[in-house]
Design a protein around this ligand. Structure first.
Ligand code: S3P
Length: 195
């Protein structure tokens, strides 16, 4: 007999907080919004929550208070979101790099790294000015350095999905497939399926 966890009608996100991680331009917000529609659970953009809590934009937070203050706010906001009901949370690219935040995500959510190559990240972030880290010098150089620094850490996510130049719908489908495979294994009590 098929267990509830393996039933094809079971919706993989409805009892879980799913956290999307990855570099700027990986498509976390776009893909997250589509996933939330498909899984019928709320979508939360952590960057927007940080801005709402601060009452100003991320660019202004960096300019007026510095990156450290932004990171403090981001850590607090994500901790609050992880105490909330099931949702899809798109995090800012630095969130999962923070050790405390990464540990909390590991405890309370299922993490998905949207892995993208440098060209994809450069093209998806070009012509936008709302990311302070990319405004100071050549974005390709900055993104390349961030790939070196951060990819080994994003690799700690529960699920890794390559995005490449695929559109958000394709990536969304791929993430949901990967989660449907993954969630029964991590969320089902090992004794419940014992035969
Ligand atoms: C950052 C990524 C941004 C935003 C902030 C810092 C980072 O979010 O949180 O500008 O450190 O990578 P996105 O990844 O959504 O662009």
């Amino acid at each position: 007999m098929t267990s509830a966890a393996h039933s094809p009608s079971r919706n993989p996100g409805q009892d879980t907080i799913i956290v999307l991680v990855g570099l700027m331009g990986a498509g976390k917000s776009c893909v997250g919004r589509r996933m939330a529609q498909r899984l019928d659970i709320p979508f939360i953009d952590a960057d927007l929550e940080v801005e709402a809590a601060a009452g100003c934009s991320i660019v202004d937070i960096f300019e007026q208070y510095g990156e450290e203050a932004f990171r403090d706010g981001e850590r607090r906001v994500i901790a609050r979101l992880l105490d909330g009901p099931p949702s899809i949370i798109a995090t800012g690219g630095g969130a999962f790099i923070d050790e405390q935040t990464r540990a909390l995500i590991g405890e309370k959510a299922l993490s998905v790294w949207l892995r993208a190559d440098l060209d994809t990240l450069v093209s998806r972030t070009s012509g936008r000015s709302h990311r302070p880290l990319l405004n100071s010098s050549d974005p390709r150089e900055i993104l390349s350095a961030l790939i070196d620094q951060r990819y080994p850490v994003y690799a700690e996510a529960d699920v890794v999905v390559d995005t490449g130049s695929d559109n958000a719908n394709v990536t969304c489908g791929r993430v949901i497939d990967a989660l449907a495979d993954h969630i029964p294994a991590v969320k089902t009590s090992p004794t419940s399926d014992a035969s």
